[in-house]
Write a protein that binds this ligand. Structure first.
Ligand code: SAM
Length: 214
């Protein structure tokens, strides 16, 4: 029998159930501190696996031209409705001023020009280790060494095997981007004690970190 639990089915269910604990109502603080003083007017910004992140609004306020990619349409609808942003819709593309919100599997999204900025929060951690090479491979078609990156992930010393979010070592991320000619360095790091559920799984602390290149 065909396995119908595809990633799209899995994430559609998450959105339908509203179990979107990853969603934040305030701007991501690392994003703000990285880009607060940057001149982003007319810069193209890629937000992969966007969910309904309000971080999109930050980049729009900075005058950037944002492309968000997300394969669950409900996320886009909630983004435009909750933020009261007028939009037009054509096929799988929602448009607002300076924003193109594309309902697509990330791996199917292609474009010729390389983005000026790429902001990944809670995006690469969606993928299990065996799927991440494809994620980085596809990312390499969308960015290059001129792209300004902020890339976030989590790491812990506990066993692999649960996720999303999947743990990823900073070395894995830096190696993957180095292959694209992009040299990442640490931007911020925070280690917190975990909740009881994770402690029972042998994960006592969780480190959340961000890497950047410029
Ligand atoms: C952990 S959430 C993070 C969302 C957002 N980056 C944030 O910070 O709130 C991951 C999102 O990626 C979407 N997603 C997962 N796999 C995807 C894929 N292959 N293509 C497009 N979207 C995907 C899910 O529906 C979900 O909304």
């Amino acid at each position: 029998m065909e396995n119908t639990n595809t990633p799209l089915n899995f994430w559609s269910q998450v959105w339908q159930d509203g179990t979107i604990r990853f969603h934040q109502n305030v701007y991501n603080q690392q994003m703000v501190s990285k880009f607060r003083n940057a001149d982003l007017k007319n810069k193209t910004v890629l937000i992969p696996l966007a969910g309904k992140t309000r971080d999109i609004l930050f980049f729009l306020e900075k005058g950037a031209i944002v492309t968000a990619i997300e394969f669950v349409e409900q996320a886009a609808i909630e983004f435009f409705t909750e933020n009261k942003i007028p939009f037009t819709k054509e096929n799988n593309i929602y448009r607002a001023e300076n924003l193109t919100f594309i309902i697509s599997d990330f791996f199917k999204y292609t474009t010729k020009a390389k983005f000026d900025v790429m902001y990944d929060r809670a995006s690469q951690v969606v993928f299990a280790p065996e799927d991440r090479p494809e994620y980085y491979q596809h990312m390499s078609t969308l960015i290059d060494s001129h792209t300004d990156l902020l890339v976030g992930a989590i790491y812990h010393q506990g066993p692999a095997g649960f996720g999303p979010p999947h743990k990823i070592s900073p070395e894995e991320v830096t190696t993957a981007y180095k292959k694209m000619g992009i040299h990442l360095k640490s931007f911020a790091e925070q280690t917190n004690t975990t909740n009881e559920k994770l402690q029972a799984l042998g994960v006592s602390t969780m480190t959340s970190y961000y890497l950047t290149n410029h």
